[in-house]
Design a protein around this ligand. Structure first.
Ligand code: SF4
Ligand code: FES
Length: 316
């Protein structure tokens, strides 16, 4: 199959037919990659919910060079040969990102100082770049009490942006889904079916895919700000998953175990609940070495002293 040529923010790239604008931009990398709050490459059918990834298509294709009349969701729109896309070079796309950020924050509380997701929250990053200084609304926000959905996962519905990623994890990774989005419009909410506990083997991955602090790890809650912990790649023999994880350490104490995330904040491999919640002793793991957090994040700051480029702090 011949490759298709697409130009994004004046950079040309060649991709296979069937590639989305988002993935073509990821092939280029850097600032031209639109942010994604709902798309997750490992989850089938994800995307198209949050609209943070809207871009302008200035030329539809070489055959039909007309621009597309509206901004399009880059995670759901396939490239055409000769397509010209504008992301950060389009004032319209930037305006829409600002508007979407404001919309996502309509009900989302700015409680980063007490939220475990702070420091690795995609909405926090988005609001730093595109957020307004002051809110323009004085309507009451939707409020919910935090609840436990199972003994390991805390749901703060106040913070949910209804991206559906956790529902897709439950559908596609676990063997039975007992939660979903109930209600419609601004009554929509994540809920379990008649207060059932989410406790199946891979349900902890819902925490990793949640772009905000709506689903957090009860075993880590309020133990430390993430930027005070040090991430290490580690593995163990596991019969349920690859056993490849990141240990978030304070001194020699394992405070949290998560999947390994790439620069887009997506896990490389989903891990099982045993690895995530039940093995919190350093002796349970073979530590491979410090993990570099590729995503632009406070977590990647000031973590390791290096000698000739080699990280030197590692737990024994
Ligand atoms: S709880 Fe998190 S992952 Fe689930 S829909 Fe809400 S924001 Fe998305
Ligand atoms: S990432 Fe494209 S609509 Fe959410």
């Amino acid at each position: 199959m011949p490759l298709l040529k697409v130009t994004i923010d004046n950079i040309e790239v060649e991709v296979e037919a069937g590639t989305t604008i988002m993935n073509a931009a990821r092939k280029i990398g850097g600032a031209v990659v639109p942010p994604a709050m709902c798309y997750y490459s490992k989850l089938e059918g994800s995307g198209g919910k949050c609209r943070t990834c809207l871009v302008k298509v200035a030329q539809g294709s070489a055959k039909d060079p007309r621009p597309m009349p509206k901004l399009v969701a880059s995670c759901r729109t396939m490239v055409q040969d000769g397509m010209v896309v504008q992301n950060i070079t389009s004032p319209e796309a930037m305006d829409s990102r600002q508007a979407i950020t404001e919309f996502l924050l309509l009900n989302h509380p700015l409680d980063c100082p007490v939220c475990d997701q702070a420091g690795e929250c995609h909405l926090q990053d988005l609001s730093y770049v595109h957020g307004l200084q002051e809110t323009r609304t004085d309507e009451e926000r939707r409020t919910f009490k935090p609840i436990d959905i199972g003994d390991k996962i805390k749901l703060n519905m106040n913070r949910c942006i209804l991206c559906y990623r956790c529902v897709m994890v439950a559908d596609q990774i676990t063997d039975k889904r007992v939660h979903g989005i109930l209600g419609r419009g601004d009554h929509s909410e994540i809920s379990t079916h008649i207060l059932k506990a989410v406790d199946n083997d891979f349900s902890g991955n819902m925490i990793d895919v949640c772009p905000v602090g709506a689903l957090t790890d009860n075993t880590f809650r309020f133990k430390s700000r993430v930027w005070f912990t040090k991430p290490f790649d580690a593995h163990r023999e596991c019969t349920k998953c690859s056993g490849k994880v990141v240990l978030w350490m304070k001194s020699n104490e394992v405070l949290r175990v998560t999947g390994r995330k790439d620069k887009y904040g997506e896990v490389e491999e989903f891990i099982c609940n045993d690895c995530r919640f039940d093995y919190k002793e350093l002796k349970d793991w073979t530590v491979e070495g410090p993990r570099t957090i590729e995503r632009h994040s406070v977590i990647s700051q000031n973590h390791y002293e290096t000698v000739a480029g080699i990280s030197v702090i590692a737990p024994k």
